[in-house]
Design a protein around this ligand. Structure first.
Ligand SMILES: *Cc1c(COP(=O)(O)O)cnc(C)c1O
Length: 392
């Protein structure tokens, strides 16, 4: 048999070698700690689980759901945007529930990219932006995110010849993997750029509720004119520890929401209604879980930042997201550094270049591992640098 090019073009899974080594070590009974995955370790709040259980017993929920979701869910999403961002969205036209935001992000390329078209994609970035583009036959033009520019793309550096061909621009703040945040001033520059070149903007914002030190991330849609050119993807995954439930949403520009709805209605048959009802309970129920979880992540963040700084890796505490993005010591590539942490300490972190070439020289440490395991991993790192120091 002969596979399609889109399958053959899929990049080799960068972590194959690391995954193999982890499995090998665990098989030998070695105590490997992984700080590599962005998947909350804290369970989903109980009232959301209870709502799912009740809703699952209702036969009305056992049938095919509508692709565009329950009207009550679209209304709950609109109400949440109103309460959280002071934005009023039309639940019939500007809101679309998704089977996890990843699903919508992947399908979005099918709405805008014909073979040979260009998408502007952050580097480093969440891989689905560029893979979705490739699946649609398009080409990703990578926008490097550099520390000296606050990990924001430099839109003025995009050659006008490229910008004129681009159909779609992807942005993501609070950012995965760099943990950077953006303000309305940046989003307004994005809107101006998109209007100048007639580009649709997709802002991916699943970390808007995971923030520290009292910081409150903004929505792209709060930027003046944003709804003329773009939409925002959001998710229940990171806000309510619901990664396994598969539910998210797209909101914003009516035509974009409609195009995504039309594509999706030909590919999937919506979200299990009991999960939709649980999501409504998440938005309408008590919200104190968010602050409680952020306090836990903030303590973990502080420990990781303190440890890294004490061993000579300079990092500033991130204001949001589930990650610490840290520059590695000179003399290593990202892969070499990660391999050494695994070999010598049995600690797994993600090499920055796994998110794109501009991630080289960095590692990503995820804060979604239980406290005692993060503490043990940091203790190993402190001892290790002390030992390395003595060896040199
Ligand atoms: C976790 C994550 C998502 C995916 O969220 P789901 O709703 O679970 O599909 C999307 N974008 C980024 C940048 C993420 O880190």
């Amino acid at each position: 048999m002969k596979f399609a090019k889109r399958v053959e073009q899929l990049p080799p899974y960068l972590f194959v070698e690391i995954s193999r080594k982890i499995a090998e070590k665990r098989a030998k009974g070695e105590d490997v700690i992984t700080l590599a995955i962005g998947d909350p370790d804290i369970p989903t709040p109980q009232h959301i689980i209870d709502r799912l259980c009740d809703a699952a017993r209702d036969p009305a929920n056992h049938r095919y759901p509508e692709t565009d979701g329950l009207p009550e869910l679209r209304r709950a999403i609109a109400d949440w945007y109103q309460a959280r961002f002071n934005l009023s969205l039309d639940p019939e036209r500007e809101v679309l529930p998704l089977i996890g935001s990843k699903e919508g992000i992947g399908h979005m390329a099918l709405c805008f990219i014909d073979p040979g078209d260009t998408a502007l994609v952050p580097d480093p970035g969440y891989p689905v932006y560029s893979i979705g583009t490739m699946f649609a036959g398009g080409i990703s033009y990578f926008l490097p995110l550099r520390e000296d520019n606050g990990f924001l793309p430099d839109l003025d550096a995009v050659p006008p010849s490229v910008a004129h061909c681009a159909r779609l621009l992807w942005i993501n703040y609070p950012n995965n993997p760099t943990a950077a945040v953006a303000d309305l001033d940046f989003f307004e520059r994005v809107v101006a750029f998109a209007k100048r070149y007639d580009i649709a903007v997709c802002h991916d914002g699943p970390y808007s509720e995971v923030a520290f030190d009292g910081y409150r991330p903004v929505s792209f849609l709060q930027a003046k004119g944003a709804r003329d050119v773009g939409m925002e993807f959001h998710s229940f995954s990171k806000t309510y520890n619901m990664t396994g439930w598969r539910i998210g949403m797209a909101v914003g520009n009516e035509q974009m929401v409609n195009a995504l709805m039309r594509v999706k209605s030909n590919l999937d048959s919506g979200i299990f209604q009991a999960v939709q009802q649980a999501a409504i309970a998440a938005f309408k129920g008590p919200q104190d879980c968010i602050e409680e979880h952020n306090a836990i992540y903030q303590r973990r963040r502080d420990l990781v930042v303190k440890t890294l700084n004490s061993i000579g890796m300079k990092v500033n505490p991130p204001k949001a997201s589930l990650y610490v993005w840290a520059k590695i010591p000179t003399g290593y590539t990202s892969i070499e550094f990660c391999t050494q942490l695994l070999e010598e300490l049995l600690v797994v972190v993600t090499p920055g270049n796994g998110y794109g070439p501009s991630g080289e020289g960095y590692i990503r440490i995820s804060l979604t591992t239980p406290d005692d395991r993060i503490e043990e991993a940091m203790a190993r790192m402190s001892r290790w640098r002390a030992a390395v120091g003595k060896r040199q």
